[in-house]
Design a protein. Structure first.
Length: 126
């Protein structure tokens, strides 16, 4: 039987996945990861993704509330970065369920999936 702490953890992860479940927010996360570790200012995110300022603010707030992004102020600029620690927690959660407990995916297969994905992305950019 799951403990209340386990339930709280699963609820937290569900909220984090839900926050990334909207296409614009997933694109924001992807963009911030490409700019890691320095991050991006709001204007650059807006320009890159073509999201109106008020809509972008809403999406960034949702990601920040779920602790998926960090924000820092430098002068008049707000810099956003992906919270890689939170993303690592999510990956560890999934890894524990799929690869450690149930063995639904062999741990070595994850490396193959990542390598295949990178190869596919490289072919697209050529």
């Amino acid at each position: 039987m799951k403990s209340p702490a386990d339930s709280d953890e699963v609820l937290r992860y569900a909220d984090m996945f839900a926050a990334m479940g909207a296409e614009p927010r997933l694109r924001i996360m992807q963009l911030l990861l490409t700019a890691h570790p320095q991050g991006l200012v709001v204007g650059d995110i807006q320009e890159e993704l073509g999201i109106p300022a008020s809509t972008l603010s809403h999406h960034l707030d949702k990601l920040r509330n779920e602790e998926l992004v960090n924000v820092r102020r430098e002068g008049t600029f707000l810099w956003y970065t992906a919270n890689t620690e939170a993303l690592q927690e999510l990956l560890n959660f999934l890894y524990a369920e799929c690869c450690t407990r149930s063995k639904a995916v062999k741990p070595g297969d994850l490396v193959l999936i990542v390598q295949a994905s990178k190869g596919s992305q490289e072919r697209k950019t050529r």
